[in-house]
Design a protein around this ligand. Structure first.
Ligand SMILES: C[S@@+](CC[C@H](N)C(=O)[O-])C[C@H]1O[C@@H](n2cnc3c(N)ncnc32)[C@H](O)[C@@H]1O
Length: 450
């Protein structure tokens, strides 16, 4: 492809992503499937250009408006070429060359905009704070309340593409052996800073073709997710319920800490996600997981299994604000309605899942969000209504070795963020059941579970 053809393709793809409601990675995969003739280097360039534009969308839009360009994909790509790629004004006409496969020539207004953009920075004084931080306004204030003067660093960290982390599967091999096997197949990695089972790839590359992956020695999993599984601390022989198991990322991590002994009930309302777990279980050599689709969080199955589990994990559906490094498009789709609906659902799921925990057992509520409403506020609300049955545990006393000190946890919960820890943003709080539910509550719960 000529450089101009690549630019044209990037504009077309960005335009498609912006118009679709589906997540960008799905739209991009679909677009690429329909264009198998596009070579791998060209694909790489186009996809990176689109992701960079999505990551910086708000600042690109701000600049586009500032230099008089309409809000559309073509304008965003023009601004991105100038302020992210640092193209010169002279190069731009060769990229917008009006050729058959290239974008149409720059208009007079666009040429003027290019001159104005020359030598500018994406972030400048005078931009509204949310724009300067590249965070959606709806999240910026909420995050300010939690991060204060660390918000700038958080905004920066969220702009940086996430690393690829793997979890070495202790059922098959230890972390060093997995790293060696990967290295033999040309995949360089190093131990993650915190998780004792984590490996971080030296550079972003697919591992799905490697024998290490197909033989189940490693799974792709962010280090933060691995740490959440450590907080559950499921032991060999335990009865564990993974209430929002999805395709099993954390279920498999827990199966490994249990050395395949005991039982994990992997629960989810999505049968399709649970189904995707089966191939991963086979690869990982895991035998102690049973899967069950729930109709909803109050499915009668929950009532039938109350007080039966040593450990319960609620990896709740959430805004995913902690993963915006990976899904920058999601950042710009967040609405007040979504936050309100999710926090309501999170409360209902935690409430119902808590019934499963036996006295002396532990429930961990987790999200991959950084928003206090989905995290600390949920924990407080739970304690407010269940304080006589549950006590909050201190993650600093649960996590093995000197992990809590290394993570510099400043409270009882596991709160991770990309700026401080280099992981995705995660939150996890652990509660221990100290008493059976009062009979009246049990009756209420049962009725509601109908
Ligand atoms: C954050 S994802 C889970 C990710 C998974 N634990 C992992 O580590 O890969 C949240 C999951 O909650 C499930 N979910 C949504 N509503 C639910 C409900 N009412 N009851 C149970 N699961 C629910 C979703 O289908 C989704 O798979």
């Amino acid at each position: 492809m000529t450089p101009a053809a690549r630019v044209d393709a990037a504009i077309e793809l960005l335009d498609t992503v912006l118009r679709e409601t589906r997540p960008a990675d799905q739209v991009i995969a679909h677009w690429l499937r329909g264009r198998r003739y596009v070579g791998s280097k060209d694909r790489g360039w186009i996809v990176e250009a689109v992701y960079a534009s999505l990551r910086e969308k708000q600042r690109l839009e701000w600049w586009a408006a500032r230099v008089g360009l309409p809000a559309r994909a073509r304008s965003l790509v023009i601004v991105a070429l100038m302020l992210i790629d640092h193209r010169t004004g002279n190069e731009m006409p060769t990229l917008f060359d009006g050729s058959t496969h290239g974008p149409s020539k720059l208009s007079d207004i666009e040429q003027m905009a290019v001159q104005m953009l020359h030598g500018q920075d994406l972030a400048v004084e005078g931009q509204p704070r949310a724009v300067r931080l590249n965070l959606p306004g709806i999240a910026a204030d909420r995050l300010m309340a939690r991060f204060g003067d660390r918000l700038e660093a958080l905004g920066e960290a969220m702009n940086t593409p996430a690393p690829v982390d793997l979890r070495a599967n202790g059922i098959k091999a230890d972390r060093d052996e997995v790293a060696k096997q990967l290295a033999r197949e040309g995949v360089e990695s190093e131990p993650t800073p915190f998780s004792p089972m984590g490996l971080r790839l030296a550079r972003r590359m697919p591992i799905f073709h490697t024998r290490a992956f197909s033989n189940g020695l490693a799974e792709v999993q962010d280090e933060g997710s691995q740490l959440v599984a450590l907080l559950v601390d499921a032991k060999p022989g335990d009865q564990v319920a993974d209430f929002c198991a999805g395709a099993g990322g954390k279920t498999l991590a827990m199966a490994a800490t249990m050395a395949n002994k005991g039982r994990i009930m992997a629960l989810d309302i999505s049968e399709a996600r649970l189904e995707r777990m089966s191939e991963r279980m086979r690869r990982a050599g895991v035998h102690n997981i049973e899967r069950r689709a729930l109709k909803h969080e109050r499915d009668p199955w929950v009532r039938r299994h109350k007080l039966k589990f040593d450990r319960v994990l609620v990896d709740a559906p959430c805004t995913g604000s902690g993963t915006w490094r990976r899904a920058p498009d999601a950042k710009w789709k967040l609405t007040e309605e979504t936050i309100a609906e999710l926090t309501e659902l999170q409360g209902r799921i935690l409430e119902s899942a808590a019934r499963l925990v036996k006295t002396g057992g532990r429930i961990v509520y987790a999200t991959c969000s950084l928003l206090p409403e989905e995290n600390e506020a949920r924990a407080e609300a739970f304690l407010a209504s269940h304080g006589s049955e549950f006590r909050r545990l201190d993650a600093r006393e649960i996590l093995p070795g000197d992990l809590a000190a290394a993570l510099k946890l400043d409270g009882p919960d596991l709160a991770l963020d990309p700026a401080t820890h280099g992981t995705d943003g995660f939150y996890a709080v652990a509660f221990e059941r100290i008493a059976d539910p009062a009979p009246t509550e049990a009756v209420q719960g049962d009725t509601a579970g109908g």
